[in-house]
Ligand binder design. Structure first.
Ligand code: SF4
Length: 449
């Protein structure tokens, strides 16, 4: 049962010292209750309190970590059914499967696509996350060699090690070193051996039943000894997988049913032979509510839409994506280059900067902090008004970088030109185009006054 902020407050030392980076113990308690701070951030609470609050404030779906160092992949930690209720925490992991019985060229191609199919979008790197390495014949040496190859060629990939043999999984886990893999999978037939293997290797363990009920029963038994589990409900059709994902999430969130309170792994690669249908199945499971989707291959035309879907679902709806307030030089500007100003909504920044870059006109782009609001919204909210823009222009010291005094404002803000000229009497305010796509032509013809 989750604790309230007041209940947590009663367990704090009430020093109001601020060492937790929150001014008061009460504010800290409220943040812990809301899942926005960790009880361990207060250096004065006892281990007993940490354990008590930690357990009570644990998300209904456990967070499972794979990987190591800078390459940690997290899955689970979800606290809601619908994104607008709070936010989704950890994006669905996208995995590509390779197997010991594949041709070398097939493996090399998949690993190369894992490394190269990466996209920079609104400042976020979009890419696949995991490689699922499957043991096709119980050959321990071939399996460990393949695991080592993945570690060498794709060092940032989290790994799912797949075998029916506990011994083969143990050897694979050893080949991973400190890069923690997910061991797949404990079944009703091999659960005890898999449990010992996972405990010995210190790795999370996947649990696979023939049905969601069997999976939950097995998870309940194993969770007493291995805390980090990942569930495979055994579904291998879209309909069954969709129903299981929804049932598992609802049970964990709504009724706090612990045996289903773990992230899930799904296998679109086993549901169809058609790559486009596979991508469509994966897109459904990314939305509802797979922790990991395992694909048969990675291709740009299907991976990119999946990554975009995931980006859209897993951004925090309460926090607009922002870029830092700053002066951004584009195309190597100098003292005669145009100066543009816009807001710090990241989509605006990346569209505007992309058009300026594409124009090949050296330019200075001033990004004003509007708390992530777009141009018109920020203006309407009083966060992109003439006085605030003027204050930022002065603070940015752009006047030291250019000889001219021309400032290009977004076309949608034409109405503040007069006010801005009063605020910045030394500057000539120029009205830029309304649409970013018209910027290249505008900049190529631009002349300082
Ligand atoms: Fe209170 Fe602990 Fe934060 Fe200090 S560090 S304000 S004692 S919660």
């Amino acid at each position: 049962m989750a604790l309230t902020g007041i209940q947590i407050m009663k367990m704090l030392p009430k020093k109001n010292c601020g060492e937790c980076n929150v001014p008061t113990c009460l504010a800290f308690a409220m943040k812990v209750a809301a899942g926005q701070a960790d009880i361990g951030d207060c250096p004065y609470v006892s281990d007993e309190v940490k354990e008590k609050v930690g357990e009570a404030s644990a998300p209904p779906i456990r967070t499972v970590k794979l990987g190591s160092g800078d390459h940690v992949f997290q899955v689970g930690g979800e606290t809601c059914l619908y994104r607008h209720e709070k936010r989704f925490e950890h994006p669905t992991g996208i995995a590509v499967r390779i197997a010991t019985d594949m041709d070398d060229a097939d493996i090399a191609g998949r690993l190369e696509r894992f490394r190269t199919l990466r996209y920079d979008r609104v400042g976020v790197l979009l890419k696949a996350d995991l490689v699922a390495v499957q043991d096709a014949g119980g050959d321990e040496a071939a399996f460990t060699a393949l695991v080592e190859r993945v570690r060498s060629e794709c060092p940032d990939a989290a790994l799912v090690l797949m075998s029916d043999s506990p011994a083969v999984l143990a050897a694979g886990a050893k080949a991973c070193g400190d890069h923690v893999p997910l061991l797949y999978a404990a079944t009703p037939e091999n659960a005890d051996q898999m449990l010992e293997t996972a405990k010995a290797a210190g790795c999370p363990l996947a649990v696979r039943g023939a049905t969601i009920g069997e999976t939950a029963a097995l998870a309940e038994r194993l969770a007493a000894e291995v805390k980090d589990l990942v569930l495979d409900t055994g579904a291998r059709t879209l309909r069954a997988a969709f129903e299981d994902q929804v049932a598992a999430r609802r049970s964990a969130i709504r009724t706090k049913y612990r045996p289903l309170g773990f992230p899930t792994i799904t296998f679109p690669c086993e549901m169809t032979d058609d790559p486009e249908v596979e991508a469509m199945v994966a897109s459904v499971l990314v939305a509802k509510y797979a922790g990991i989707v395992v694909l048969s291959d990675l291709q740009g035309d299907t991976l990119f839409p999946l990554l975009l879907e995931r980006l859209n679902l897993f951004t925090d709806p309460q926090r607009p994506m922002v870029v830092q307030e700053d002066v951004y030089p584009i195309n190597g500007p100098d003292e005669n280059s145009p100066v543009l100003v816009t807001c710090n909504f990241s989509l605006t920044y990346f569209i505007v900067s992309g058009e300026v870059e594409g124009s090949k006109v050296p330019s200075w782009l001033l990004i004003k902090d509007t708390e992530g609001l777009s141009v018109l919204t920020a203006w309407a909210a009083g966060k992109f008004s003439a006085d605030l823009i003027a204050g930022f222009v002065k603070k940015s010291a752009i006047a030291d970088k250019v000889k001219h005094r021309n400032l290009i404002i977004p076309g949608y803000l034409a109405s503040i030109k007069g006010e801005l000229e009063e605020e910045l009497p030394d500057w000539n305010i120029q009205i830029g185009p309304r649409e970013a796509s018209h910027l290249p032509a505008f900049l190529r013809e631009w002349q300082p006054n």
